[in-house]
Write a protein that binds this ligand. Structure first.
Ligand SMILES: *Cc1c(COP(=O)(O)O)cnc(C)c1O
Length: 466
């Protein structure tokens, strides 16, 4: 499988290089040159498989040039056995033909574990083979950092440095990062805000001289192709559990950077019958505004009760724009260069096509809280605020009550106790057993000034072979 850039002007790469590369050299994102396609008969034959075996069938075409089948199978079994539920991604029924797919049974209680647990193992495998080492550098306002740290904690060929804004992440989220002990794990609290952290990461990728040429930076943000790939699997799994592929399914996806729902779009292209995909956003609704009015326009960032969806632009949307433009990289490049300067639209027929592919809705904090409360009172089931947005959008956008509507449950409610409290519920979401002692664990992190030279100096001094 070869991978090409959405901006059409970077070399095609194989899986190993795509794994180690962030953005393409032309500023685009890598996508597979062609997708595997599975017949209904083939998909049907996967019914009842353990999650890891299903994952193998769905993903192997993407990696087969780089990884022998047995090695990949072993890696997948190791990856998904750390999840706390035997089904890995269990389904919970809310109402007639209405379901939540619980994607928060991994080590950090958010769906990002599905991809980042695998990504750590993939990186180590490829780096071992190449006798190479990388430094992962990333900025986080919460979920991604902890999932990335958990994913890399056992990697021998990876050091990971995660920057978070000092005293500006929730205590649960900070502790999920800073209590993971390992010589290759480095938490940096920057005396600044999240944008400062992100800017330092960006600057460092642009000029890696501070590493003295002895190692290179790698990225684990949601534009990494391997993360999208891993997320395709649970669409197949949920569908098979509810009678697919012999009936089609609808999915509602709490959306920020468009990674998770793009995986659903790919699952459909690979042959899975999906009749509806709902983009569910919070007040940071650039995607909903585009879907409703064909205008792609950045607004100010709003801080909401669903912080993992607080975005101004949606980075993986570029991958969809590439398909909407008949995979014309030059057209995507021109469009996104204009989008950086002001609002843009696409040709009407392309936009109408996008509206056939997706429905969308935006949900504000008040309605998020109302939904958490309603579902708890009726079902005694606690939704986290991100998932609540998905459930609300699913109900608002539903087309056919005979089609199972599955909302992706992207985080465990115990990660967001403030939203639960704000819903007026007196119930306190409990952390699962493996994390019950989170608040007693030892923490380790370094506080640094909001100064890129200081941060780079720290990294240069503390990676493994420095
Ligand atoms: C990251 C995240 C999202 C958004 O996913 P995207 O792939 O960026 O659209 C939604 N909910 C939670 C809890 C997340 O951590």
């Amino acid at each position: 499988m070869r991978y090409i850039s959405t901006r059409g002007d970077a070399p095609a790469l194989g899986f190993e290089d795509v794994l180690l590369t962030g953005l393409a050299t032309d500023g685009g994102l890598y996508v597979p040159e062609s997708l595997p396609h599975f017949s209904l008969e083939e998909i049907r034959s996967w019914r009842g498989l353990p999650y890891a075996d299903l994952a193998f069938n769905v993903m192997y075409p993407f990696v087969e040039d780089a990884i022998p089948a047995d090695d990949f199978r072993t890696m997948l079994h190791d990856t998904y056995k750390v999840f706390s539920h035997d089904a890995v991604a269990p389904l919970v029924q809310l109402d007639s033909n209405e379901w939540v797919l619980e994607l928060f049974r991994g080590p950090t209680l958010a769906f990002k574990d599905f991809a980042l647990q695998l990504l750590g193992r993939l990186l180590d495998y490829v780096l071992e083979k190449r006798n190479q080492h990388v430094v992962i550098m990333g900025a986080t306002s919460g979920d991604t950092g902890s999932a990335a740290i958990e994913g890399c904690r056992r990697c021998e060929h990876v050091d990971i440095f995660i920057l978070h804004p000092y005293q500006r992440v929730s205590e649960v989220q900070r502790r999920q990062m800073t209590t993971v002990m390992g010589d290759n794990i480095h938490n940096i609290a920057v005396k600044g805000n999240f944008d400062d952290c992100q800017r330092m990461v960006k600057e460092s990728f642009g000029n890696q001289g501070f590493l003295g040429g002895k190692t290179q930076l790698a990225a684990v943000n949601s534009i990494n192709w391997a993360r999208i790939m891993a997320q395709i699997v649970y669409y197949f799994q949920a569908s098979l559990a509810l009678g697919g592929p012999d009936r089609s399914m609808a999915f509602s996806v709490p959306t920020g950077n468009f990674g998770d729902i793009f995986a659903g779009y790919l699952a459909r292209k690979m042959g899975l019958p999906i009749s509806q995909l709902v983009i569910a956003t919070n007040r940071n609704d650039i995607l909903h505004r585009f879907m409703s009015g064909n205008k792609y326009e950045q607004h100010q960032l709003e801080h909401t009760l669903s912080p993992s969806m607080d975005i101004m632009v949606s980075s993986n949307f570029e991958r969809l724009l590439f398909d909407l433009h008949g995979r014309d990289g030059a057209a995507v490049k021109a469009l996104l260069e204009n989008a950086a300067k002001g609002p843009v639209s696409i040709e009407d027929y392309r936009w109408k096509h996008a509206r056939k592919l997706f429905d969308s809705d935006a949900v504000d904090d008040k309605t998020t809280c109302d939904t958490i409360r309603e579902i708890y009172q009726r079902n005694e089931y606690l939704l986290d605020p991100h998932t609540a947005i998905g459930v609300r959008a699913a109900r608002n956008c539903r087309r056919d009550p005979a089609v199972p509507m599955i909302t992706l449950g992207t985080a465990h409610p115990a990660k967001f106790p403030d939203a639960i409290a704000e819903s007026g519920l007196s119930v306190k979401p409990q952390l699962p057993a493996h994390m019950a002692d989170l608040f007693e664990r030892e923490e380790r992190y370094t506080v640094l000034d909001n100064n890129v030279a200081e941060v780079q100096g720290f990294i240069a001094k503390h990676w493994k072979n420095a």
